[in-house]
Design a protein around this ligand. Structure first.
Ligand code: ADP
Length: 487
């Protein structure tokens, strides 16, 4: 893939109706955030190309949907095999355009591929129902059918997994899909599309349109032939797209922002809590919607927790993602650290204490490097910007609490509801707190939530619907009733 002339041409490309094509508009560079260098151009497709992709998806869908789920599963399985064979190239492409450490990119490719593995099988388990008759002369049958042509808009933080988590169940269900990846990470999306074509996904069933977000999004959300929009990204854009979808009453799935609390009680295993806190905070340089945004620590272990957290944070190897031993790379874009800078400045101005980090370090290769940071906020909380807003960067803000009720109230004091974490050795408390947290996903003495079988998703302003496992295919199915009379 790395030497594929289709992907790395002088002009930026999209993948529409089974072929790479290039729009004539002026293109933006795809920049390696680790060194600021241009690695390719991103296509500048707009309304016309999006319409073309939607028409192709509409044309291609009936034949795809008419195949057996088993036959579609074989194609998805082939796609899975090709991703596995090309995993190293896909990981290098991802690190080059997104910045994450290569070991994380490899992990993401395996995670991305787990959705193909799962849905290649799950498609054949979509079944309907025969209802018990309420009249002797009538029979009622429920069938599940593909929802129709789907549009997907995906972010730059997980450039491959957010595509397969949507495309695998959609294609397994018999839908066709047009994907708009982030302009910052189009190459990972195009590489996946190339492998899908090699696997035998028919032309038009999967297209990738790279270009102007609002032009492409505008067509996707208003086009009458698009029945479903599935989006992963910020709450701000999710609200906008939901509004746009309302005019044609599209089926929508929204995976939006979070503001994850991470509760540590006095009775916790502090070393385990610190290990999970590190993993949930600094993976992908904190640019994860499930990332811990607020560490809430009980008074009795507060000092021990912050000292251990700061020591481990300081010991992290912050280098370019392709370097061996890299624990954390740059943020995804040269201007991305500005939010972390603002949140840290705000917390310090209001009396919080900086324990480590707290600044950019361009000596690592570019302005996109922001050092992993720990801020002790003590008893301050709602007055700090970082308490109410997602930092989406490598800043750990630690807040103190006194008792369980206060911890739950602080944790739920947000409009978001994606993920939450809790460390305690008291299993009754784990159960109570787990139930009380208003979040779609809760990790209890566990920092890793995601895999292909779980229902990934949030409540409140973090989203609508679930992705993954038996839950994720529902989003791509319509329920139809057929009543047989005069029997
Ligand atoms: P993030 O903060 O993760 O970048 P965004 O919500 O800005 O989240 O971006 C997620 C995806 O949404 C990207 O593919 C981006 O291009 C796209 N996007 C941003 N604004 C719009 C818009 N107005 N219409 C359609 N897509 C958009």
């Amino acid at each position: 893939l790395l030497n594929d002339p289709c992907l790395f041409r002088d002009e930026g490309v999209s993948f529409i109706d089974g072929a790479f094509s290039s729009s004539s508009s002026s293109k933006k560079p795809v920049i390696n955030p680790a060194n600021g260098q241009t690695i390719a151009l991103a296509d500048a497709a707009a309304a016309e190309e999006t319409q073309k992709a939607i028409s192709a998806a509409k044309r291609a869908m009936p034949e795809w949907a008419a195949q057996t789920a088993k036959a579609r599963g074989r194609v998805l399985r082939k796609w899975f095999e090709l991703i596995r064979q090309n995993a190293n190239d896909l990981a290098i492409i991802m690190t080059a355009e997104q910045g994450k450490p290569l070991k994380e990119a490899r992990g993401e490719i395996a995670y991305a591929n787990s959705f193909l593995d799962w849905y290649a099988e799950e498609g054949r388990r979509v079944s309907g129902m025969v209802l018990a008759p309420t009249q002797t002369t009538k029979r009622q049958l429920v069938v599940r059918q593909p929802v129709g042509v789907c549009a997907a808009i995906t972010p730059w933080n997980f450039p491959s997994a957010m595509i397969t988590r949507k495309a695998a169940p959609a294609l397994a269900a018999g839908c066709s899909m047009v994907i708009k990846p982030s302009e910052a990470t189009p190459l990972s999306a195009l590489a996946l599309a190339e492998l899908a074509k090699r696997a035998g996904v028919p032309d038009g069933v999967l297209s990738v349109v790279v270009g102007d977000a609002s032009d492409i999004g505008g067509v996707m959300t208003s086009h009458p032939d698009v029945r479903k929009l599935t989006f992963t990204g910020s709450t701000r854009v999710g609200k906008l797209l939901s509004e746009q979808c309302a005019s044609t009453v599209k089926n929508v799935t929204m995976e939006l922002g979070g503001n994850a609390p991470f509760l540590v009680f006095d009775d916790a295993d502090v070393d385990a809590a610190v290990a999970d806190a590190m993993a949930t905070k600094f993976r992908n340089a904190g640019q994860v919607c499930t990332a811990t945004n607020r560490m809430l620590v009980q008074r009795g272990v507060y000092n021990e927790f912050i000292e251990k957290l700061a020591a481990k944070t300081e010991a992290m190897s912050v280098t370019q993602g392709l370097d061996a031993g890299c624990d954390m790379g740059p943020l995804f874009d040269l201007s991305a650290p500005s939010k972390a800078e603002e949140h840290v400045a705000d917390a310090l101005a209001k009396g919080s204490e900086l324990l480590t980090g707290g600044k950019r370090d361009a000596s690592k290769g570019s302005d996109a490097f922001y050092l992993p940071t720990v801020v002790s906020c003590g008893d301050r909380n709602v007055e700090l910007r970082a308490f109410g807003e997602e930092t989406f960067g490598p800043v750990a803000n630690v807040y103190r609490f006194d008792d369980e009720d206060a911890a739950i109230a602080m944790a739920n004091n947000t409009r978001m509801g994606l993920s939450a974490f809790c460390h305690t050795r008291d299993m009754s408390r784990a159960w109570r707190v787990g139930e009380a947290l208003e979040y779609g996903m809760v990790g209890l003495n566990e920092g890793a939530l995601s895999d292909e079988v779980i229902p990934f998703g949030g409540c409140k302003e973090s989203g609508l619907g679930r992705e993954g496992g038996v839950f994720g295919i529902e989003a791509f199915l319509e329920t139809k009733l057929m009543v047989f009379g005069r029997i």
